[in-house]
Design a protein around this ligand. Structure first.
Ligand code: SF4
Length: 459
């Protein structure tokens, strides 16, 4: 049982269990402009610099649907989709490269999905080689891939290792058979451990495992067994996400019997239990939902203030610009956000017609940049530094947010935040769970009347 009492948990839930954004961007995607298209994004690409960039490639395919999943993914009838997908991706790489003022090296490449391992080893190699041809990797480039442990083989790992990938992230979610049956994702602990061992033997230096709390049929006892099995594997990083019940995005979640979902109180206890177990096992808690061994690059980045968060999750800050390729990809370039069409066919049609598939985006104002800075600071270091804000923007925090001290006092009174205006504010261990709630108080766009329908619960 966690050190956190049930009474304290109930009181916090009563005040903070609302719906709210995850803040992988600010402003968040629902605020962006629908008319923002190819011309708009191209003009931002054209005025970006020549420094190394980060690239993300979205591979939207999966073999079978997991019922909890709200990612942008599709389940093709067969693998005949791969060749046209790769051909369009190569065309997209060319189009983007032609709109940049200079050839830009790539300091960070991430493959995500869907399941990048839907591509066989040769196709994965072709994809990475195509990126490298247009955006040559820097000598110290960081390269990572999200893989499904049930369907990854040694050839695929080798293809990535040969091309300098040293980080890999496996989606595990939960190892309990009842939970797996409920979410339609069956996965043996032995196979999970074996593929992670294989990755390590091939020289991958950082292995991440994704877990989810709040899934149907999950109980504190069942989750404890999953935590035992994961801690035995001892991944370098663990991402612990709260299950997001967003049936308006993921229709498969409607198959869940709400009675089998943990109550808000039990969700919080599951989270606290994991927090306790990971901390006891020597992991550092980073940002909102990540844990890393002290020698892992993510923990080192937290120490030297270079921990960063974007659409790919927590990363070591390597570059200002992130360009995304593939359907649904979200780029952040030279002061704008731009998102590509989500449907594979619509994305393909735009690219094949010689246009970028951008369907919405946002130009960041100075006010946006200031609030984004505050939210990033909260999400990455769990702190708010009035002095750092002044150094960055040349104005006092109170000029941007009159009355912000009163807002912060509420979080302090609830034991979620500690500090002062002079020394800065820092979230407590419990406060980390409510980072989204704190970030919401800096959001100029969030209308209380409309926030409930668009987002998942913050806890
Ligand atoms: S959880 Fe992963 S493997 Fe399952 S449907 Fe979603 S993207 Fe595909």
């Amino acid at each position: 049982m966690s050190a956190f009492s049930r009474g304290a948990v109930d009181a916090l839930l009563a005040r903070y269990d609302r719906s709210g954004p995850r803040y992988t961007s600010y402003p968040t995607a629902p605020e962006w402009e629908d008319g923002f298209g190819d011309d708009d994004f191209s003009s931002f690409l054209g005025r970006s610099g020549d420094e190394p960039l980060s690239a993300y490639v979205h591979v939207p395919f999966c073999q079978k649907l997991c019922a909890f999943c709200a990612c942008t993914r599709t389940i093709p009838k067969d693998r005949s989709v791969i060749a046209p997908y790769l051909a369009t991706l190569e065309r997209e790489l060319e189009l983007v490269a032609s709109r940049l003022p200079a050839q830009r090296p790539c300091a960070q490449l991430a493959l995500g999905g869907g399941s990048p391992n839907y591509l066989d080893a040769a196709s994965l190699g072709r994809l990475v080689d195509a990126v490298d041809e247009r955006f040559p990797p820097t000598a110290d480039a960081e390269r990572s891939a999200e893989l499904d442990p049930r369907r990854t083989d040694r050839d695929q790992l080798e293809a990535l290792a040969e091309r300098g990938f040293e980080r890999v992230s496996f989606g595990v979610q939960d190892l309990d058979p009842r939970v797996q049956a409920a979410i339609h994702r069956s996965q043996s602990p032995a196979k999970t451990a074996a593929i992670i061992a294989e990755a390590r033997a091939l020289g991958f230096e950082s292995v991440n495992v994704d877990l989810i709390y709040g899934l149907p049929e999950q109980t504190p006892t069942s989750f404890d067994r999953t935590l035992d099995q994961i801690l035995e594997i001892r991944p370098d990083r663990i991402a612990l996400y709260g299950y997001a019940h967003v049936t308006w995005i993921s229709s498969t979640q409607r198959s869940f019997n709400r009675r089998n979902l943990p109550s808000p109180e039990d969700r919080l206890l599951l989270y606290f239990r994991a927090l306790e177990r990971f901390t006891e096992a020597g992991y550092r808690h980073l940002g909102l939902d990540h844990f890393a061994l002290p020698e892992d690059g993510l923990a080192l980045a937290a120490d030297d203030g270079t921990l960063h968060r974007n659409f790919m999750g927590y990363t070591v800050a390597r570059s200002r610009d992130l360009i995304a390729f593939g359907p649904s990809g979200i780029s952040e370039v030279a002061g704008c956000y731009a998102q590509s069409e989500r449907e594979v066919g619509t994305w393909q049609a735009a690219i094949e017609a010689g246009r970028l598939a951008t369907f919405r985006g946002w130009r960041l104002s100075l006010d946006d940049e200031r609030r984004k800075w505050l939210i990033q600071s909260l999400m990455c270091s769990g702190s708010i530094s009035p002095e750092g804000f002044r150094d960055e923007f040349g104005i006092e925090l109170g000029e941007l947010l009159p009355g912000f001290e009163g807002t912060l006092n509420g979080f302090q009174a609830d034991g979620l935040l500690a500090g002062s205006l002079e020394d800065g504010f820092r979230t407590t261990d419990t406060g980390r769970l409510f980072l989204r709630s704190m970030a919401m108080s800096f959001d100029a766009y969030l209308a209380p009347a409309t926030d409930q329908a668009r987002y998942s619960r913050v806890v």
